[in-house]
Design a protein around this ligand. Structure first.
Ligand code: NAP
Length: 251
């Protein structure tokens, strides 16, 4: 995720490669960044020393260690952004210092294609930085600002949501194969169809059911299939799955 953010910001031209500093423990991980002209470090403190904005993208069990390493150079003039799932702003503040501007950000894996849906929340020290941070993540897809109390819900709907949507694509492909297409063609037809459906909603702002009305003829083929899916629990299973993921985060 961290690498995708660095590369996305470089590709978008929002931040020049010379102004991006990437740190990872493994030299092999850093190779592709070097090739783009991005500065690379195997020491976190060296990487963040001269940075105005720090993005932490390690697993949750590494965040405390990383913050302790860089703490000597953290100050209220630097913006600290965490994409670490499940670690709250208050907890981050206890580790980094209560006076540090801290953003908690939840992207999804489509950030690798600059197509993320990224949810952003912040602590009370961030007012003057909010616009810039939102603009930065706008380079990597779409962003929404939310209250931190919605971060678990955002994690489910956006980060887990990628997997739910992919599972729909896989299931539709399997149906497609049964009605006559080879796997590759079923994948292309299904994926492009989902992309088209997504764009219909995103570009028009219409409720999905309004777009569905346009393809459902009375007594027709589409409504017959849709109703059969609903009889088998399509919407209900999705809602229950989302609730199960959400309840799992809370526990
Ligand atoms: N994947 C998602 O959909 C998603 C969505 C939203 C948020 N997140 C959050 O994003 C964070 C990163 O997830 P990920 O999937 O990108 O994990 P990842 O692939 O494991 O990436 C973490 C990177 O951090 C490096 N690292 C570990 N400890 C380090 C240290 N002390 N100093 C410098 N680098 C260090 C790791 O290097 P090594 O290989 O050497 O360990 C690895 O390259 C997680 O906290 C996750 O909760 C993920």
């Amino acid at each position: 995720m961290g690498g995708a953010i660095a590369i996305g910001l470089e590709k978008s031209g929002f931040i020049a490669a010379a102004n991006i500093f990437v740190s990872d423990r493994k030299e092999s991980t850093l190779e592709k960044f070097k090739e783009l002209g991005i500065n690379t470090f195997q020491n976190n403190l060296d990487a963040v020393k001269n940075a105005d904005i720090i993005i932490a993208a390690v697993k949750p069990y590494h965040i405390e260690g990383v913050i302790n390493e860089i703490k000597p150079v953290l100050n209220p003039d630097k913006i600290f952004i965490s994409i670490v799932a499940g670690v709250g702003i208050e907890e981050l503040g206890e580790m980094a210092g209560a006076d540090i501007p801290i953003f908690r950000v939840m992207p999804n894996t489509a950030i690798a294609l600059q197509e993320s849906l990224t949810c952003i929340s912040a602590n009370g020290n961030c007012a003057e930085h909010r616009e810039f941070v939102v603009e930065m993540f706008d380079q990597l897809g779409k962003t929404v600002e939310i209250g931190e109390e919605l971060m678990a819900a955002a994690t489910v709907l956006s980060s887990c949501g990628i997997a739910y949507a992919l599972r729909y694509i896989r299931a539709a492909m399997q149906g497609g194969i049964e009605i006559g297409f080879g796997a590759e063609m079923a994948q292309l037809i299904t994926a492009q169809t989902v992309k088209g459906a997504t764009e219909l909603v995103l570009q028009s702002g219409n409720h999905p059911e309004r777009e569905i009305d346009k393809v459902t003829t009375p007594r027709g083929v589409t409504i017959t299939g849709l109703n059969e899916m609903e009889h088998k629990g399509f919407s209900s299973s999705l809602i229950q799955g989302i609730m199960a993921s959400y309840n799992k985060i809370d526990n």
